[in-house]
Unconditional design. Sequence first.
Length: 402
Amino acid sequence: MSFTTSRWPDVHLAAAGRGISVCGDLLAATTLALVLQESGHGGLAVSGLLVAASLPVAVLAPLTGRLVDRADSRTLMVVVGLAQTALCAALAFTAHPALIIALVALLACGVAVVQPTIAALVPGMVSEADLPRASGIVQTASQVGMLAAPALAGILVGQAGPRVPLLLAAAAYLGLSGIGLLIRTRRGVPTGADPLPAVPFRLRDDRVLTVMTVAVAAVVAGVSAINVFEVFFIRDTLGASTTVYGFVMASWTVGMLTASLTLGRSARRWITLRTVLALLTATCLMVLAGATVQSAGWLIPLWILGGAANGALNICTTVLIAGRVRPAAHGRAFAATTAIVQGAGLTGLLVAGPLAEGFEPRALVAGAGAAGVLAALACLPLMRSELRVSVDSDVGATGPAR
């Protein structure tokens, strides 16, 4: 497969599928985090929930990457969406923390397949010049789902209990299956076209992608613990309600949405490894500043700025991967980079649970932000690799990109 005339209807369908999937993921995760917090379970339970939501994506990457590159993308989206629908419906009627965590882990197995499936489909829908715009559209839809889900979860949990948002999440996964049937662009077999040739792929063979992934993973390892700390920081330290908690969480996505709408129309030459590192630093600085506030309302502008850096970062990494890796290896490339970043995030999550039990939430948020900034600065020596290898090169170590 190579870049052809852009198929914008398929791009919009892929964006809708991504947005629906993300909405279901976050609606379930936010609801369950609030359930565990309100039922008296501490940081270990919330940390366990987030680990269960992330571990399968990292561990299963070698398998899911090959699956996405070989199996019919339509079949994957339909089957996985139906399985996630059933799992989320079961969560709506589950109360035991251990069973909740187990079902969330199974739900995350579906995420490990859906994410690289959609990511690998998009480059085959558009021309090379249109890839940043298409990535921006998909990221925008994803962030709309991220924007709606936390606020919706906070409101519904406070007003109607956890069952309603979990059933809505199940309906979202069912919608993903429907989107899979409508997308005309397909990868794998059968596709109705010549199958993609088998090509080798190893992330370490491309120095630019390796540096980028290491930089992103290093920062994620330093700040991912914020996902555990912030529910206690916002709810307990700052005294916010579940509704305010949902809106504060949504403000990060407002920034991501703004960045996607803007950067998606930017020139390809601005998407470089240098840009990635600058965006990582900006994201961490906003987290560090957030630790100083005395009211949850002050988090909103800081989270919008942090989210803007985060949203721009997502587009940069997507375009760099798609532009440097052969189409037949896109599934493995997206799965591999996601797995490394998720694995780094798991390190933060595993440490976060015990820390949340023994330290004040404000100090933990400040420590997470500071650690992220230090991690970004520690990656500065890796910038020398960018001087030797052009990010804009049409030929990576894995072979011709297109």
